[in-house]
Design a binder for this molecule. Structure first.
Ligand code: SF4
Length: 208
C-alpha cells in the first residue's frame, strides 16, 4: 500500500477533503478495496493524519469558488475527526459561499458517545449518510461495523437528529447492491425520517 499526504482531490467539479483513514465500518464495497486512490488522485492512504492547519493550507491553495461543492469524505470516516472537520468547515465558510457536504457512515454519535448532531449546525450544508441496506442484519453482514447492529440503529438515530440542524440530510444507497424490495424498504425508511434517499451507482462514487 502506497502512502502519502494527499489531503485534497477533485471529483466531477467538486473538491474532496481527505482527513482520516480511520473508519468504524469495513464495507465489502468500500472504494478502498479497489486501490490506493480515487478518480485519478494520488494515494489517499495517509502517512499520518494532517493537522487542522495542514488541511486548511491544502484547501486554501485551491480556488474554492469554482467548485460545485466542497466535500469532507475519506479515505475513511470524517466524523472520526468531527471536531476538526467542523473547525475546518467553519474556517472554509469564512472564505467561500461554495456549499459544504460531509459524507458519513452516520456513526458520529456512537463515536462521540453523545448526540453529535448539533456539531453539524452552521458547518455543513449537506450531510450524506450511507444507509446501504434496510436491515440491521444485512448492515452487519455488508459493512462489518465495530458497533455491530447498533451501528445501523445508531446511524438511523443520527439521521433523524442531524436533520434538525442541516439544510439537506440525505440517506444514500448503492443501486446494484439492493433488490427492488430492499430499495423500496430503504425509501420507506427515508420517508419516515423525512429525508431524501439518494440512489447511486457503484464505482464507489464519492463514497469512502
Ligand atoms: S465505504 Fe465508507 S463507511 Fe464503508 S469502510 Fe469505506 S470508508 Fe468506511
Amino acid at each position: 500500500m502506497k502512502k502519502g499526504m494527499c489531503i485534497t482531490y477533485e471529483v466531477d467539479g467538486n473538491l474532496y477533503i481527505n482527513i482520516t483513514n480511520r473508519c468504524t465500518n469495513n464495507c465489502d464495497f468500500c472504494i478502498r478495496n479497489n486501490g490506493d486512490g480515487a478518480y485519478g488522485s494520488d494515494s489517499l492512504w495517509l502517512e499520518r493524519e494532517p493537522t487542522v492547519e495542514e488541511i486548511l493550507g491544502a484547501v486554501f491553495e485551491r480556488d474554492l469558488d469554482k467548485y460545485g461543492e466542497i466535500v469532507f469524505c475519506g479515505y475513511g470516516e470524517p466524523t472520526e475527526r468531527l471536531d476538526d472537520a467542523r473547525a475546518c468547515a467553519l474556517r472554509i465558510k469564512e472564505r467561500t459561499k461554495t456549499p459544504i457536504r460531509i459524507n458519513t457512515n452516520g456513526h458520529a454519535s456512537l463515536i462521540k458517545g453523545c448526540d453529535a448532531a448539533p456539531l453539524f449546525a452552521d458547518a455543513f450544508d449537506t450531510v450524506s449518510i450511507s444507509l446501504n441496506t434496510p436491515s440491521a442484519e444485512k448492515y452487519v453482514e455488508k459493512c462489518h461495523p465495530v458497533f455491530k447492529k447498533d451501528g445501523f440503529y445508531g446511524m438511523l438515530d443520527f439521521a433523524k437528529n442531524v436533520n434538525k440542524y442541516v439544510q439537506n440530510t440525505v440517506l444514500s444507497v448503492v443501486r446494484e447492491t439492493l433488490t427492488e424490495t430492499e430499495l423500496a424498504e430503504c425509501q420507506k425508511i427515508a420517508d419516515e425520517i423525512g429525508v431524501t434517499l439518494r440512489v447511486r451507482t457503484y464505482i464507489g462514487k464519492e463514497d469512502a
